[in-house]
Design a protein around this ligand. Structure first.
Ligand code: HEC
Length: 366
């Protein structure tokens, strides 16, 4: 069964050019839910790469006429994001392929500086006459925004080794949850995993969770409704602010924000929340494949030159990096100020620490 389906699937993958005059889509046949369990892992990764590199068109759902990049409805549904408002470098959608940004030196790699966080606006215009919050020129509190304050200009990071990155975060979360689950009312314990301290978690005598001495976790990870609902202690390893739990969640969000392609697992089956007339734009199987492609991108390794001078410089560099990684483990928190003025304290696990624990660095002579 698996073999037969694999053959059919590969045939579909490579024969997606059956001409239908006037129809132009990047993915003529999507993998359907359930089929991801029947194709081989390597075919699934190949298909995931195809999705990552696909140039989606409006015929298959690209664009989001009635939705912001956050997923919320437009502030002004009467000004839909249809041509010429269907593309905006600041508020998005701004590209039709993940690899349009993540492409150096291959798909999944790094890329240019782009804007993020502008997607909470319908369509950035900076129009002085526009007073509708988050439509195009003023923020949630009615303050006029500028190019400097509307969004954040960030470099597109590479995704090499990101599977290890996520796995490390999952392992740390699991370690912290074991400590949490052993706590009885009145007790307290050090939250520590892989040499990183996250402070002390305590329970009051009435069973309520006391997180006042927990450090480096995001507010949502230490939130607890009552004694029956302990804090999740989730490590959120992705995005510059450490705000996203997994490659899968990031992928679903990015497809919507950058390309206006909605995944059924977030927006529902048979629904059209962005009002473009296309339903079920990305299946659960699609998201699994695209996530797997990213998670299995290789960790970069090192090539050490033969020259003794260069080798000494490499050794010095490695010592310096080890020292800063150790410091990062001792002082893992960075503070940021939220829109509402609250300060957030986050742990950033450095990529250095991860690539070192995922696999020893190899040296090779050239
Ligand atoms: C317009 C350029 C652009 C496009 C298109 C784009 N990305 Fe990104 N991507 C970025 C930037 C910039 C960041 C860094 C965001 C941050 O730090 O908050 C990022 C971050 C990420 C991350 C988190 C990496 C980390 O280490 O924190 C993942 C995963 C990711 N992108 C996947 C995707 C996928 C999947 C797609 C397609 C559905 C996609 N991106 C499309 C620019 C882009």
């Amino acid at each position: 069964m698996c073999g037969a389906l694999s053959i059919i699937f590969v045939a579909v993958l490579y024969s997606q050019t059956q001409a239908e005059i006037g129809r132009e889509v990047a993915i003529p046949r999507h993998l359907q839910d359930g089929e991801e369990f029947d194709v081989s892992v390597s075919d699934l990764i190949r298909y995931g790469k195809k999705l990552f590199e696909a140039h989606f068109t409006s015929q298959e759902g690209a664009g989001r006429p009635l939705a912001k990049g956050t997923g919320a409805p437009l502030a002004d549904p009467n000004s839909a994001l249809i041509f010429p408002r269907n593309n905006n470098r600041i508020s998005g959608p701004e590209s039709n392929s993940c690899a349009g940004c993540h492409n150096q030196p291959i798909a999944g790699g790094a890329g240019d500086l782009v804007f993020v966080l502008g997607q909470r606006f319908d369509f950035a215009t900076f129009d002085a006459n526009d007073i509708v919050p988050t439509r195009g020129a003023v923020d949630e509190l009615g303050r006029v925004v500028t190019l400097q304050s509307i969004a954040n200009s960030r470099a597109t990071p590479d995704l090499f080794g990101s599977g290890y990155y996520e796995m490390l975060a999952r392992q740390i979360t699991a370690d912290l949850q074991v400590v949490r689950d052993s706590l009885r009312p009145g007790g307290h314990a050090q939250l520590r995993s892989k040499g990183i301290s996250f402070g002390v978690l305590a329970r009051n005598l009435d069973g309520y969770w006391n997180v006042s001495s927990v450090e480096g976790l995001s507010p949502e990870s230490i939130a607890s409704e009552d004694s029956e609902h302990p804090p999740s202690l989730l490590i959120l390893p992705l995005s510059q602010g450490g705000a996203v739990a997994s490659l899968r969640v990031f992928t679903v969000n990015a497809f919507h924000q950058h390309h206006g392609m909605q995944a059924t697992e977030r927006f529902g089956i048979g629904t059209d929340p962005d009002g473009d007339g296309v339903v079920d734009e990305l299946t659960r199987a699609d998201i699994t494949a695209c996530t797997l492609f990213q998670a299995t991108l290789p960790v970069p390794s090192r090539i050490v030159p033969d020259s003794p001078v260069a080798q000494r410089a490499v050794r010095d560099g490695e010592r310096l990096l080890t020292r800063s990684a150790a410091q990062a483990a001792t002082f893992p928190r960075c503070r940021s100020t939220g829109k509402d003025g609250s300060t957030r304290s986050r742990t950033r696990i450095t990529r250095v620490a991860i690539s070192r624990s995922a696999r020893p660095l190899r040296s090779r002579s050239i």
